[in-house]
Design a protein around this ligand. Structure first.
Ligand SMILES: NC(=O)c1ccc[n+]([C@@H]2O[C@H](COP(=O)([O-])OP(=O)(O)OC[C@H]3O[C@@H](n4cnc5c(N)ncnc54)[C@H](O)[C@@H]3O)[C@@H](O)[C@H]2O)c1
Ligand SMILES: [Fe+2]
Length: 383
């Protein structure tokens, strides 16, 4: 039995780290960039913070901003055509998970055109070539798409969100600059922070977890437990810690997988366009309660990370309950919704959602095996 870890070639961290981008472009010998972002980020000047640096360096580029949250297949296909027309030799993804994931899919299809339908990339795709080189600049402290081998695309026609897992898609450079995230509204910081917490907790308890991934996930859980509230309220130091913690979680989960929270969150994105982090925040504590008996001593570590008094010495069953309660209180106090109704879910859809969650790539990593009926019962319990 062996384990594999895949990370970026280079990553820069800290407020102002985007200033490293022109140097990265020059030393890697690139000549022209294709920037993938979204219209909100262009309109609010977030994308412009990076393109201003390219302007100052005299580096040519064009911006593609036709990306919406839960990015659809069409955004990828239009992007592939626009990239080809641009003559660019490097991609720069600037945004939350949606532009980052679109950027990865554009990069993969450009070098592996037999996957131009996008749908055939679902799961572990047999691509032969690395994607066009990507420099990834996240604007949310959440997905860690800048360092993962995954990307998630939405098939609007079939109401499906599908996960693609492909080491060829990992950005060569990540630039994790908390100042790029500071303009996010509080609700977005909360939702994306809960996505990061979910990555850390699911990564810590997933079937493939091992010593090295544990290091990252435990560190991320502890930091997020202590920093998300203050970061959401605008504290710059806490925002720096969140930016790093979500990346650290990505270094882990990208390599070992996730679980049922993500499996159940993806259909909510596909059916109702629910923000990914909000969906995870609703599901995290209830799914933890479902999984508790299959997690050994690991929930005790989570309770300790959330500073539950005496957690280290509690009987294991109580430690597990304490972890679930701490996470439930944390998400509630942050103001994330707690029911599916609040994100527009319809009761009649629950059986179809349950089947889609059962089929999701992430569900196989869940520590407890689960049936469609059990998923339906879970959805129903939080409806
Ligand atoms: N690739 C991966 O490994 C991975 C992991 C988890 C989630 N995802 C996917 O990522 C997507 C979610 O990404 P996300 O949660 O980062 O949000 P997002 O990219 O969908 O953005 C949500 C909204 O926030 C806005 N926004 C982003 N940054 C901002 C900023 N700094 N200031 C103001 N507004 C800002 C965007 O313009 C958009 O309107 C989902 O599709 C999810 O499935 C991918
Ligand atoms: Fe996620």
């Amino acid at each position: 039995m062996s384990n594999r870890m895949i990370w970026n070639q280079t990553a820069h961290f800290g407020a102002g780290a985007i200033r490293e981008i022109p140097g990265e472009l020059a030393t890697r010998g690139f000549a022209r960039a294709f920037v993938v972002s979204d219209q909100v980020l262009v309109d609010t000047g977030v994308t412009g913070r990076v393109t201003a640096l390219l302007d100052a360096a005299g580096f040519p580029y064009e911006v593609y901003s036709d990306v919406t949250p839960n990015p659809p297949i069409e955004a990828v296909q239009k992007g592939v055509a626009a990239f080809a027309a641009s003559g660019a030799d490097v991609l720069i993804g600037i945004g939350g998970g949606s532009p980052q994931d679109t950027c990865k899919a554009i990069g993969i299809i450009t070098t592996n055109p037999e996957f131009a339908d996008v749908r055939s990339l679902e799961g572990v795709a047999a691509t032969k070539n690395p994607a066009v080189p990507i420099i990834a600049v996240p604007t949310t402290a959440g997905t860690a798409s800048e360092t993962t081998i995954n990307y998630v695309i939405t098939d609007v026609e079939r109401s499906r969100k599908f996960v693609c897992v492909d080491p060829h898609a990992i950005p060569v450079v990540a630039v994790v600059d908390s100042e790029m995230m500071s303009s996010a509204p509080r609700s977005l910081k909360v939702a994306t922070g809960l996505d990061a917490l979910t990555h850390a907790i699911e990564g810590y308890t997933t079937k493939g977890a091992w010593e090295l991934s544990d290091l990252f996930h435990l560190k991320a859980i502890t930091t997020i437990a202590q920093s998300l509230r203050a970061a959401a309220d605008g504290d710059a130091d806490a925002a720096d810690r969140m930016a790093l913690a979500q990346y650290i979680a990505g270094m882990g989960y990208s390599n070992v997988g996730l679980g049922l929270v993500h499996g159940m969150a993806h259909p909510l994105g596909a059916f109702y366009n629910a923000p990914h982090g909000v969906a995870n925040g609703i599901l995290l504590a209830p799914v933890m309660a479902f999984n508790a008996d299959a997690t050994g001593e690991r929930f005790r570590d989570i309770a300790v990370a959330f500073q539950v008094p005496g957690a280290a010495a509690l009987p294991v069953a109580e430690a597990r309950t304490a972890a679930v309660d701490a996470v439930a209180a944390f998400t509630r106090e942050l103001g994330n919704p707690t029911t599916l109704r609040e994100i527009g879910a319809k009761e009649a859809d629950l059986p179809a959602l349950a089947q889609a969650a059962f089929d999701d790539v992430c569900t196989g990593g869940n520590p407890r095996d689960v049936s469609v009926e059990q998923i339906l019962a879970l959805y129903t319990s939080i409806y």
